[in-house]
Design a binder for this molecule. Structure first.
Ligand code: GDP
Length: 402
């Protein structure tokens, strides 16, 4: 396998989408915490970050409201791209959906499918963004996992496939059964230092879990003829084969894997991070037919500027690189203005620090400093191949606001 294939395999550009209040902020904070970006939960809010070698940097207050934040999970780099939740920001939602490859949609375990979820869901359909769903807040009074799954099927018209079943409900919600592995993850305490326990599936849930697993397996083996044949012959299908089928179906938008949880629970977002790596696409994986979108590092450079953020040091332009590469200090053609520009520095943006990089490579999401005339929505390209990435989208959908 080439170095670049390995690099892309270990790269995810994803967004977290939710109706306001469903728990996007909390879920994102927990992701930052469990991937080691923050030492304690909530730290992003008070500016008291672990990095203090540069007070200027600290003042910058890079928070989870940054246009994009990089985290690492089990050897995979995950770039979390901010997607505004509110309907007023539909243009921004459009723009951010264009630069991500996959999304986690957070649902409130009580409210289920809400109007903004529905609107953003349709936009994600439009951009063909593969999704996994996280039904959050299952510890709340009135939360009902099965009802939310049914709502997803009815209101969003998707085949929702639960990968987990909750153990206990509302105040007694204490873990999940992982249906593919048929094991339980149990949170014993609300102490963040206490890891969850991997346990046997509780006896009272065993029959239900077996039935749910059978339905899940039946739905996913169809994605691959060889696996389907083996399954029909009654052979044992390996976890890896099942995961490969699930990935295939998720990327083809044939179904949406659904996780049960609560961002409040110890390490409650870990199975979610695993699912991001296992089932959401790497750059170029889905749009491989389109040579603009296949994440080829040797093709002519093309990147989309999707957000310009001003800070004490000037402007930082967040870009998604679709193909090719560009070294820091290099000159680049802005295809939207028809003028050349120079990029001075390139950064990987973390919750509490910027890490300088030598170059931008296909698939990257990065912060660029030095661009003076580049606005949100502009394409940066190789002058001899001046593509316009803003034109790759299909027309705006008609959105019915209830
Ligand atoms: P956002 O608007 O989607 O970013 O939602 P927030 O993350 O700000 O969460 C909205 C409210 O729900 C806050 O008061 C959170 O503390 C609370 N919340 C988030 N996740 C959970 C959860 O898993 N369980 C419970 N009980 N409350 C939660």
């Amino acid at each position: 396998m080439t170095t670049n294939t390995t690099r892309l395999r270990n790269l995810r550009n994803i967004g977290v989408i939710a109706h306001v209040d469903a728990g996007k902020t909390t879920t994102t904070e927990r992701i930052l915490f469990y991937t080691g970006e923050n030492h304690r939960i909530g730290e992003v809010h008070d500016g008291n970050t672990r990095m203090d070698f540069d007070p200027q940097e600290r003042k910058r207050g890079i928070t989870i409201n940054s246009a994009a934040i990089t985290v690492h999970w089990n050897g995979t780099q995950i770039n979390l791209i901010d997607t505004p939740g509110h309907i007023d920001f539909n243009i921004e939602v459009n723009r951010s959906l264009r630069v991500l490859d996959g999304a986690v949609v957070v649902f409130d375990g009580v409210a289920g499918v809400e109007p903004q979820t529905e609107t953003n869901w349709r936009l994600a359909d439009k951009y063909r963004v593969p999704r996994i769903a996280f039904v959050n807040k299952l510890d709340r009074t009135g939360a009902d996992f099965a009802r939310v799954v049914a709502m997803m099927e009815e209101r969003l018209g998707v085949a929702a496939l639960p990968l987990q079943l909750p153990i206990g409900a509302e105040g007694d919600f204490r873990g999940v059964v992982d249906l593919l592995r048929m094991r339980a993850l149990v949170w014993d305490k609300d102490d963040a230092s206490e890891p969850y326990r991997v346990a046997d599936v509780p006896a009272e849930l065993l029959d239900e879990a077996r039935r749910a697993r059978a339905r899940l397996v039946e739905a996913i083996v169809e994605q691959d003829d060889a696996t389907l044949d083996a399954w029909l012959r009654g052979e044992e299908v390996s976890l890896e084969a099942l995961q490969a089928c699930l990935r295939k179906g998720t990327l083809a938008a044939a179904f949406v894997p659904v996780l049960a949880g609560s961002a409040f629970k110890n390490r409650g977002v870990e199975p979610l991070l695993d699912a991001v790596v296992d089932y959401l696409p790497r750059p170029g994986e889905v749009n491989h037919e389109d040579e603009l979108l296949n994440a080829d590092p040797d093709a002519p450079f093309a990147a989309l500027a999707f957000k310009v953020v001003a800070d004490d040091h000037g402007a930082m332009t967040f870009v998604r690189v679709y193909r090719g590469r560009l070294a820091r200090g290099a000159s680049v053609f802005n295809a939207s203005t028809g003028r050349n520009e120079r990029i001075s520095r390139v950064y990987e943006v973390h919750a509490d620090k910027h890490i300088e990089k030598d170059e931008l490579v296909a698939g990257d999401i990065a912060g660029v400093v030095g661009l003076k005339d580049t606005l949100t929505g502009h394409t940066l390209a190789d002058k001899s191949h001046p593509v316009h990435l803003e034109e790759i989208s299909v027309p705006d959908p008609v959105i019915d606001v209830a």
